[in-house]
Design a protein around this ligand. Structure first.
Ligand SMILES: Nc1ncnc2c1ncn2[C@@H]1O[C@H](COP(=O)(O)OP(=O)(O)O)[C@@H](O)[C@H]1O
Ligand SMILES: [Mg+2]
Length: 382
């Protein structure tokens, strides 16, 4: 490892795509479609462009792969101005998933996926093994490969669009409303799959959507644009919700901003502790001391790693031991991967606090409504 020199600049910046003061005015149009847009997109991240219809999202994507040239300003990829490179080279590095999928109707699914590899002159064997690899990656059954696009469901067609864009393994992926044409359930599944895929392939992805929930779910950072291609805010989902830059942003993200933030966080994000909990074999005095330490009227009881229920402090004296005290076994429990929104729902309809049970069934601690509420005080930076 000591004979590998550090890559120049690699530690300083991981910017993959930089837009510098980019504007676009279409011929014959009075207004700019994109106006002085500057932003950096980190390598390996998903950046979402969102905003009302006509705010320049598609135009911006098309400027990145030079289907459209900016009127002014510059765009660079990995530090190199894109106008300094042959367009064919540039496009090879950029996969493009277009709005409405746009599969070639008279070509099989395999043929569609093979578009770019064929252009690049790959041999047959390499192409067919790549097609199979991609089908697996995006969750397409091999039986689909010999079909034609109109023989596939909307969700399957979207997967083909993604596979086609990924065919030559480009480091950058541009996705224009990739899940626009499918129903909400399939859309949610495709979003999950995109996140799983991204965990494996780690592309630099720019995704356009007009769905705020989609943006919040998949975006490492979100660029919220206004009509005229004006950037209103560029931040993490949490920051966008916690501190909207202006009224337009606040209105766009919706009134249930805190609830949306809780939807993005999980129980594991809380610094929860074991709480006022004792083991069955401990004394009632130990249980009382525990309740006092936490100023609660009850203690949790465990047997081994399992959570056995809650015992009221008032019942302890009469019972004489923890074992014989009446105990309420909680129906409500959450997992570390539960969202804080669902944890809150559970707390509101059950106890003042709720037990965290991990996937192995072991007790992990307790969380309270106040812990959830105070998690909203910290804003995750982007
Ligand atoms: N080729 C074009 N010629 C003229 N105007 C265009 C062209 N493409 C887009 N526009 C205009 O530019 C603006 C931004 O369009 P677009 O980038 O497609 O918006 P979005 O994708 O955000 O809905 C719109 O006002 C649109 O009418
Ligand atoms: Mg568009």
């Amino acid at each position: 490892m000591d004979d590998v020199p550090p890559e120049e600049g690699s530690a300083i910046s991981s910017v993959a795509i930089r837009l510098d003061d980019v504007s676009k005015r279409f011929e014959g149009s009075e207004n700019e479609a994109v106006s002085s847009l500057s932003l950096d997109i980190d390598a390996g991240s998903i950046v979402v462009f969102i905003g009302p219809s006509g705010c320049g999202k598609t135009t911006t994507l098309r400027m990145i792969n030079r289907l459209i040239e900016p009127t002014s300003g510059s765009i660079s990829i990995n530090g190199e101005d894109i106008t300094q490179r042959p367009v064919s080279d540039l496009r090879r590095e950029i996969g493009y998933v277009i709005q409405q999928v746009g599969l070639f109707p008279h070509q099989t699914i395999a043929g569609n996926i093979a578009t770019v590899p064929r252009m690049l002159g790959w041999d047959k064997e390499r192409i067919s093994s790549r097609i199979e690899e991609l089908a697996e990656l995006v969750g397409l059954e091999v039986a689909m490969l010999s079909r034609f696009p109109d023989e596939l469901s909307g969700g399957q067609q979207q997967r083909v669009g993604v596979a086609r864009a990924l065919a030559a393994d480009p480091p950058v992926l541009l996705m224009d409303e990739p899940f626009g044409a499918v129903d909400p359930i399939v859309r949610g599944r495709l979003q999950d799959e995109l996140l799983e895929l991204q965990a494996t392939v780690a592309k630099t992805i720019v995704l356009v959507t007009h769905d705020i929930d989609e943006a919040l779910k998949v975006g490492d950072r979100i660029a919220l644009l206004n009509v005229g291609g004006i950037l209103e805010q560029y931040s993490s989902a949490d920051e966008l919700l916690a501190s909207p830059a202006n009224d337009f942003v606040a209105e766009f993200v919706g009134q249930d901003r805190s609830m949306k933030r809780l939807q993005l966080k999980t129980v594991a994000d809380l610094a929860f502790e074991r709480g006022p909990v004792v083991s069955f074999d401990e004394s009632t005095a130990a249980a009382l001391a525990m309740a006092e330490r936490y100023s609660t009227e009850w203690v949790g009881v465990t047997t081994g790693e399992q959570f056995a229920g809650w015992v009221q402090v008032d019942d302890l004296d009469a019972a004489g031991s923890l074992e014989s005290a009446p105990r309420s076994v909680p129906a409500a429990r959450v997992h570390p991967h539960s969202t804080l929104r669902s944890a809150m729902e559970i707390i509101m309809t059950s106890h003042t606090s709720v037990a965290v049970i991990d996937d192995g069934g072991s007790f992990g601690g307790v969380i309270t409504l106040e812990m959830i509420r105070s998690s909203l005080d910290d804003v995750e930076a982007s």
